[in-house]
Design a protein around this ligand. Sequence first.
Ligand code: WT7
Length: 669
Amino acid sequence: MNVIYAIDVDFMSFESSSTIESVLHEQRVFSPSLDESNKCRISGLNSYQKMVDEAQVDPIKFWGDAARKELHWFEPFTNVLNWNNPPFAKWFEGGKTNISFNCLDRHLKTSNADKCALIWEGEPGDVRRFTYKELHSEVCKTANALKSLGIKKGDLVALYMPMVPEAAIAMLACARIGAPHSVVFGGFSSEALRDRLIDGDAVAVITADGGFRKDKEVSLKPAVDAALAGNSCPNVKSVLVVQRTKADIEMQSGRDYWWEDVVTPQSSDCDPEYMDSEDRLFVLYTSGSTGKPKGVVHTTAGYNLWAHLTFQWIFDIRSDDIYWCTADVGWITGHSYIVYGPLSNGATTVMYEGVPRPSNPGAFWELIQKHNISIFYTAPTAIRAFMKMGRAIPDEFDLTSLRLLGTVGEPINPEAWMWYRDVIGREQCPIVDTWWQTETGGVMISPLPGATPTKPGSATLPLPGIEADVVDSDGLSVPANEGGYLVVKRPWPGMMRTVHGNEKRFRESYWEFLRPKDGSYIYFAGDGARRDTDGYFWVMGRVDDVINVSGHRLGTMEIESALVSHDAVSEAAVVGRPDSVKGEGIVAFVTLESGRASTEELQTDLINHVSSEIGPIARPDEINFSEALPKTRSGKIMRRILRDLAAGADVKGDTSTLEDRSVLDKLRN
Ligand code: WT7
């Protein structure tokens, strides 16, 4: 078989983890109450099933009707789906729309005009609120400012921002003038930023002097300066800087502009660009099994529809809801469920600059109480961290405003799910465990609060129109309760369109890894899963060389490249190891150049090196020096063995393909 990427599949390692053990024996079911169900748009399993059937029988009608009903079109589309050249899909061809219009302008003609669109809370406690009218005006000014800097439709603009309202405003302003955005998480290093600026051909960067995180000031603008140094990104002509921390930073004349100077004087009218449905809306980088992170491309109309519909279905959003998603806008969750999904629906979305920290472990609960938050969406890693701190902390706060809880980013273990339900939800709030990815644009598998009985640890059932399945390596469905690959068998509006600048990689990593005999194209997500006899999905985690640390996705190869770029390192292999809070921790095995001593200082030095190459989220938890690494005769590192060793478990499975068996003993020592 033409194996393109070395996907090191090993279900054993998933089945043996304690999470999976408890999941396999999970029997509890929680059904929506009749009262709750009656209040919801999609009420009861029958109405869900009816939608599933409609979408199954006539997907073109299903998606076409939804797009006409839910979005505003400057010009109607003429074709719902073009799948003549798979895996390249075109949705809503011929249509013209603009997501900033859908998120802002269309609400101005309704009673939503003076409704609060965005509540922002800074880490030091400063609060800013924007009505839809005010947000519209800020976005228009910013759009005009971008134009005044010479930015045109089609130009890619990078954002490297703290969690301030200007981040959301800048995204919407880019969308308004048709300039695709590429948001780079503010925790990434200048190296990582530079790679993304170059790969995406960015013409401008929007940033801030810095931001506040864990009671500290973190700087951002100096990292932008470092990324641009030495003319490494000649296409970047301007840098727009928000003042947040008032840190003393350097401004390069002719290139750097203060937001205050350029945006504030602009007119608050700016006609939205009429965008083709398939015009690029954004590029967002994510890690894969090999090489550098890939730029996932999403386009205008399909993404808009998917963020809009999924937000409406899953959170069953109501006019008086105050909704808070704790993600950072640097990730897809922030794109779809802080900015585009909520605003497209006319909801009130909360944005928080900080994270819970030792000086304020109740920060999240305080915010829920203070802003009367009714829907709360966070990551399992956060829930596990709260569990560890004990219920006394959340118990100090009044959380009765909550009516719905969500999780995203990694599998949630039943214990954490139950704690979330009992302690945060007072046994009153449905929990939606939402499975999806950067690539899928929005949620794919999730309970609907008024319809789906939930089981702790299961993302339950696919959304209407999503044909998800668990298959073997021939692309054939596996029987109930057996492990396999999680796939999606039909195109959907929010699907990624390509990898920026690399169609081959798009094809090979997602659509050609599994090729059923009938020649159809199925989307391979990179996750292992099983379905139970009720058809419920239990996502087990990645089956490729991608690890999930606190809900952040990292490629082991990226960390390995960072390690070998250090002059003391000859070879490196990185694996994940189960971690009770972070989901996975990062363990590195390193062989040194001859003459280099395996000292503690070097360990620290290597950890810091990875942090400066990629960012603090990629810091290894542990560095092991080893004389050699376990390899097959063809020279491939057997990460499976290292995973077992890192977890402190016995090495399972076949080791006969090892080139040198003695390596195992050396490693054990
Ligand atoms: C990977 C995608 C989706 C936004 C945040 C992460 C894992 C995500 C779940 C879930 C089990 C999950 C998968 C997936 N994942 N949600 N509810 N249950 N696993 O986006 O960085 O693109 O990562 O996160 O492994 O492939 P991402």
